[in-house]
Design a binder for this molecule. Sequence first.
Ligand code: PAF
Length: 286
Amino acid sequence: MVQVVRTTKELQQIVKDTKKAGKTIGLVPTMGALHEGHGSLIAAARKENDFVIVSDFVNPTQFAPTEDLAAYPRTFAHDCELAEQMGADVLFLPSPKEMYPSEDMTWVEVTGRITQVLCGRTRPIHFRGVATVVTKLFHLAQPDRAYFGQKDAQQAEVLRRMVKDLFFPLEIREMPIVREADGLAKSSRNVYLKPAERKAALVLSKSLFAAQKAFEAGERSTQKLTDGTRAMIAAEPMSDIDYVEMHALPELTPAHGTVDCPHLLAVAVRFGTTRLIDNVILDPSK
Ligand code: PAF
């Protein structure tokens, strides 16, 4: 039975007891509205750790005032069911006041190109909010491993860098993107899509898969692979492109011109008012 915990104090006591018993802890940070993508993270955490904590907190500090904080889907009863089904031990459901008790803030900010490209350009405060709340969660849950999805590949890179820079004694585990049967990447924001937008949004996975196919057939030009993806998306009349870009991994350094090491091909596109992201990793060693 999953235990629902609402206070930091209660969570800290559980973590203390768990550590004392010599158990390893897996943490799955989420903003709730859980879907199969989150399910795969919880399943991986269950497999690799003795104790699994899932946090479910719509973090206000990673949303700009113009973004969808108020509208963000909140499905606590369903989240409890899924967390339980996937074998979580604790579902941490704090209030904003519990996570941010004072208006005076301590921020954690990863600076430089890694947070300035891709989503960092149109969402300048986003990664500071993510790094701050994830730091709080790491201190509270003291995980041995923390689980994130490749769909938010930039987030995973930023958090890996934060873990390295701040000497957090834990491993970031990045899990593959989970997709609908027709290819659309699972996302809590998919519920916003009107039927015609949902259909149009399939161009994201189609264009990325086409790039992957071209790459597998031997195309190595970062320019050609990026341009091909952008052209396919732009041909969809309902799409409004935020970015279609390639960056080298790890740490999102500038693309090399030739895909001679793992590169991230990432897209962010609006369909109506809904902004979706998706990506593929092109890895010449595979
Ligand atoms: O990926 C998310 O859902 C959020 O950015 C995270 C990591 C839970 C921080 O609020």
